[in-house]
Write a protein that binds this ligand. Structure first.
Ligand code: COA
Length: 137
């Protein structure tokens, strides 16, 4: 992240960049209406841009009180391994620290590529007390 070409900001990505970074980094592709909901309804964003385009991102879905869920952690493959994901997550946690009342409960669903990063930043497995579940459709 020392490269001046990478710029971190808290401005959400464009819908085009959001859909592109998700799909190109291997996360499931989403539709425009899904992306628009994500852009409008998130509690905060951290986005790294390169030449004006988003190359790494993450967001927090939250109630602003105590419940915060980190989502959409993704870095374009050609920009991975340069500290961008760590920078994004550090900034998301800083935003929670800055704006949330004390005692925030911060969760995420840890896909394999992110586990080392999350563990190194203090995340621990919720199981066996709490098993992550999703509605199967
Ligand atoms: C997870 C992800 C966002 C990390 O982004 P990144 O910009 O490459 O992350 P960083 O360069 O900041 O690396 C952060 C940590 O990830 C780990 N890491 C980096 N490259 C790795 C690799 N090839 N394999 C496993 N862990 C790796 C390291 O622990 C690294 O910490 P370090 O800098 O102390 O070595 C990125 O791999 C990605 O977009 N993956 C595909 C999408 C995805 O699965 N997202 C997670 C959803 S839960």
């Amino acid at each position: 992240m020392d490269e001046p070409a990478y710029q971190l900001s808290r401005t959400p990505p464009t819908i085009e960049d959001y859909l592109h970074v998700r799909a190109s980094s291997g996360l499931s592709p989403k539709s425009v209406p899904q992306g628009e909901g994500a852009l409008a309804g998130s509690w905060c964003w951290s986005v790294v841009r390169h030449d004006g385009r988003a190359v790494a991102m993450g967001r927090v879905i939250g109630d602003g009180g105590w419940y915060f869920h980190v989502a959409d952690m993704a870095t374009l493959p050609e920009h991975q391994g340069r500290g961008l994901g760590r920078r994004v997550l550090t900034d998301l946690l800083a935003q929670i620290e800055e704006a949330a009342p004390e005692g925030a409960y911060v969760t995420l669903m840890a896909d394999e590529p992110g586990r080392r990063l999350y563990a190194s930043m203090g995340f621990v497995e919720a199981a066996p007390e709490s098993l992550g579940m999703r509605l199967a459709r």
